[in-house]
Write a protein that binds this ligand. Structure first.
Ligand SMILES: [Zn+2]
Length: 558
């Protein structure tokens, strides 16, 4: 090798390293060059939007900015990347996004019937595309600078064309104003949805470009700040020459469709192709949910009132129970007063003898005993009432002797029992000192007895026999309630625990009694209830609930 002057020669491995790097860079530049030569976004016509003459210059400006933006596209499968600046895009097969998605949704909702299934599926597609249109518009407005509403609109059809959705041709009749008079009449000659249908050799009875309608109305909604929807009135998938749309505020679309195209909205709606409204279903569902919450609140309020009404009933019951002993006490005390008066008169006139005095002591003593005994009875009734009525309004858990408690409850419900009339028997077996919710049990039995008294009346007018049985075993209590009244047929039985179900609305039934029973058994006692009945053979309720035994001995009912 000849010797070179100047710089000393590079070591051979460093030179070949540089060579490798340079040829790699050349390869990169060649690929880049090839990509640029292909001209990824090179329109074959001068315009990608057709607009009325007065608007065309605005669209031309927007087109220049959009072309500049899309010229920065970077496509690199090695990084799964399709991107412009820092924004990523995805390439989706058009028929997956139109036909396949629509068909799948229609099948998914097939149980709702053909018309409803199609309406739901179209609703989904519209909402998805409308959402994409809204957000694309906001992002591109930020990127390209906003301007007024019409300027904001101009980017839409161009972005639409660049992303493969459709070419847009805006018609002269359009009224581009940012209020309820907004009306856009436009065509999509190359809609990806219609094209997908035609490509698969399918035709449709109804317009299929629902996503095109959704996207464009979403974009315009973001540009004009007016709620907008779009209705496709002609579609290539139906054999029409072009896909034609009317866009306007939801309440005005049908009007414009009739005015400009003589299209009857009713005819569309019958096929499941009503004017699409953004998230209409969601809104409708939200409304249903809200009214259900209100209904539940009203129901809870009624249940609370019903329980307080029972307390009122107990008040009249206790008044009845307390009346008799108080009456006796009053009579006995007036006897004492009369005897005392007679005694005083004899004493004043010096006519009092030993026999009179003995007689007074005997009579006054007997009367005083009566007063005492009857006042004690009244006091006892009041105490019981206090206990039961407190239990009625509270759901607290406490230790209770269930047999004694239920016996006292039956006593306090004399007004209901008398109304039936009911002949009530109480039977108890097993260990009944339990820790449980006596208020719930009192309310359950009150409602059973009220039902027997009000609804079970027999045709022969004979008193209805009621048997209440309590059976304590292990950590469970079984409460059965049986009457021999009119009973229920199968359909009444099936609905007996539903709120507001009653067979006697006219005669004062609220239809809440058994519903309250059911919720007390399940939610408060954490037990279960079974009902069996036949017409003419009375009813039998079996309530089973967990209630641990109470080790501490109790005073009666307390
Ligand atoms: Zn179409």
């Amino acid at each position: 090798m000849p010797t070179q002057s100047g710089d000393p020669p590079e070591p051979p491995d460093l030179a070949s390293e540089r060579l490798r790097a340079m040829s790699a860079r050349v390869g990169e530049l060649e690929r880049e060059n090839a990509r640029l030569r292909r001209g990824i976004f090179e329109p074959s016509l001068p315009h990608v939007v057709s607009a009325p003459a007065n608007l065309q210059p605005l669209f031309d400006q927007a087109e220049l900015r959009m072309r500049e933006l899309f010229s920065r596209i970077e496509i690199d499968p090695a990084r799964a990347l399709i991107g412009i600046d820092d924004e990523r895009y995805v390439l989706v097969r058009a028929s997956a996004f139109s036909i396949d998605l629509l068909d799948t949704l229609v099948q998914l909702y097939a149980d709702r019937g053909e018309r409803e299934a199609l309406a739901i599926a179209r609703g989904f597609l519209f909402d998805i595309a409308h959402t994409i249109g809204l957000h694309d518009a906001r992002r591109i407005h930020d990127k390209l600078g906003g301007g007024d509403a019409v300027e904001k609109l101009t980017g839409g059809p161009i972005h639409f064309a660049y992303t493969g959705w459709s070419f847009v041709s805006i018609k002269e009749e359009s009224e581009l104003v940012p209020d309820e008079n907004f009306c856009l009449i436009y065509e999509h000659p190359y809609s990806f949805e219609a094209a997908s249908f035609l490509h698969e050799g399918r035709t449709s009875q109804w317009p299929v470009c629902i996503m095109g309608a959704g996207y464009s109305s979403g974009w315009c909604e973001a540009s004009f700040g007016v709620e907008l929807t779009a209705l496709e009135v002609h579609c290539r998938a139906c054999g029409d020459e072009s896909c034609t749309f009317v866009m306007a505020p939801p309440e005005k679309v049908a009007l414009h469709a009739r005015r400009h195209f003589g299209v009857d909205r009713e005819r569309y709606a019958q096929k499941g192709c009503d004017v699409p409204t953004y998230f209409e279903r969601k809104r409708a569902e939200e409304e249903v949910r809200r009214s259900l919450v209100q209904l539940k609140e009203a129901q809870d309020e009624l249940v609370r009132k019903e329980r307080l009404a029972t307390v009122g009933l107990l008040v009249s019951g206790v008044a009845h129970e307390v009346n008799t002993p108080l009456g006796v006490a009053v009579t006995a005390s007036s006897v004492i007063r009369e005897e005392l008066h007679a005694l005083r008169a004899k004493f004043e006139s010096n006519a009092l003898n030993k026999r009179d005095l003995r007689k007074f002591i005997e009579r006054a003593g007997a009367a005083e005993e009566l007063v005492n005994a009857n006042l004690a009875r009244a006091a006892e009734q009041i105490t019981k009432f206090k206990r039961v009525s407190l239990d009625h309004v509270s759901e607290e858990q406490r230790a209770v002797a269930l047999d004694v408690y239920v016996a006292e409850l039956i006593e306090s419900l004399a007004p209901i029992i008398g109304k039936g009339p009911l002949a009530v028997q109480l039977v108890s077996r097993g260990e009944l000192q339990r820790v449980t919710h006596p208020g719930a049990i009192a309310q359950i039995l009150t409602n059973f007895l009220t039902n027997s008294a009000l609804h079970a009346k027999r045709e022969d007018g004979r008193a209805i026999t009621v048997q209440i049985a309590l059976h304590g075993a292990a950590d469970q209590v079984l409460l059965t309630y049986q009457d021999d009244g009119r009973g229920m047929d199968a359909s009444t039985q099936k609905r007996a625990f539903e709120p507001f179900f009653t067979t006697s609305r006219g005669s004062g039934g609220t239809g809440l009694g058994l519903h309250i029973v059911h919720s007390l058994v399940c939610d408060v006692l954490r037990g279960r209830i079974e009902l069996s009945s036949k017409p003419g053979e009375g009813v039998l309720y079996r309530v089973t609930f967990p209630a641990p035994r109470n080790a501490q001995p109790l005073n009666s009912g307390a």
